[in-house]
Design a protein around this ligand. Structure first.
Ligand SMILES: C[S@@+](CC[C@H](N)C(=O)[O-])C[C@H]1O[C@@H](n2cnc3c(N)ncnc32)[C@H](O)[C@@H]1O
Length: 206
């Protein structure tokens, strides 16, 4: 990816952010406190929504282009954040380090979702939560799902390994989380094949 990645990403997502994503991010992050690990933080679209009760924010972002924009946005905040250039599959924090993990629009792109979710679970404290917002395989529209499957190989190449048809809810459950709350809703102002989305909270057993 080039250093333009962050700039382009923000422009591609701008309409969806205004139409729905900003509100969803705000609502999802509102109750967090203590320590937060965000994976695939991108350009920092969640940063403005972390409440003051969050005392430690660690942002992981492996892509240098995205990380450049993230660093600039984090620098403009009046609070300390740690930025790490690592993937979700290779988290190097001790077990039980964080109260919450945040993944927004990331599970579609990780190389090995099962490994990433296992690492997230490991670094969460018992009873800690995974807050997620992900675009996923269409669950109620077989025609759309067929197109997601057909176009996925091409899309992955064009969009930095983003998959159109990941079954992320099932992957979260398979990783040993209990889904505490989930909403399934169509994203707005974005191409139809990435509209099906889930968002909510999953909990690591105490
Ligand atoms: C679609 S962007 C989402 C960015 C941001 N989370 C948001 O909500 O706008 C996906 C991000 O996941 C990152 N990513 C890709 N593979 C990853 C991995 N294995 N572990 C962590 N992040 C990854 C990408 O570099 C990119 O920044």
């Amino acid at each position: 990816m080039s250093s333009l990645t962050g700039f382009i990403y923000d422009r591609v997502m701008a309409q969806a952010e205004v139409a729905c994503l900003r509100d969803w991010r705000r609502e999802l992050l509102a109750g967090l406190q203590g320590s937060v690990l965000e994976i695939g933080a991108g350009t920092g679209a969640n940063l403005a929504f972390y409440p003051a009760a969050v005392q430690r924010i660690v942002l992981c972002e492996p892509d240098p282009g995205m990380r450049g924009a993230l660093t600039a946005r984090a620098g403009a905040l009046q609070r300390a954040v740690e930025i790490r250039p690592i993937t979700a599959e290779t988290l190097d924090f001790p077990d039980a380090s964080f109260d919450h993990a945040v993944s927004t629009l990331v599970c579609c792109s990780v190389g090995d979702p099962a490994r990433a979710l296992a690492q997230i679970r490991r670094v969460l404290k018992p009873g800690g939560s995974l807050v997620f917002l992900e675009h996923v395989a269409a669950w109620d529209d077989p025609g759309r799902r067929r197109w997601q499957d057909r176009l996925n190989p091409l899309w992955r190449r064009l969009a930095s390994n983003c998959h159109l048809n990941r079954e992320t809810e099932q992957a979260i459950r398979a990783a040993g989380f209990a889904i505490e709350r989930i909403q399934r809703e169509s994203m707005r102002k974005i191409i139809p094949l990435v509209r099906p989305s889930i968002r909510g909270v999953a909990r690591k057993p105490a």
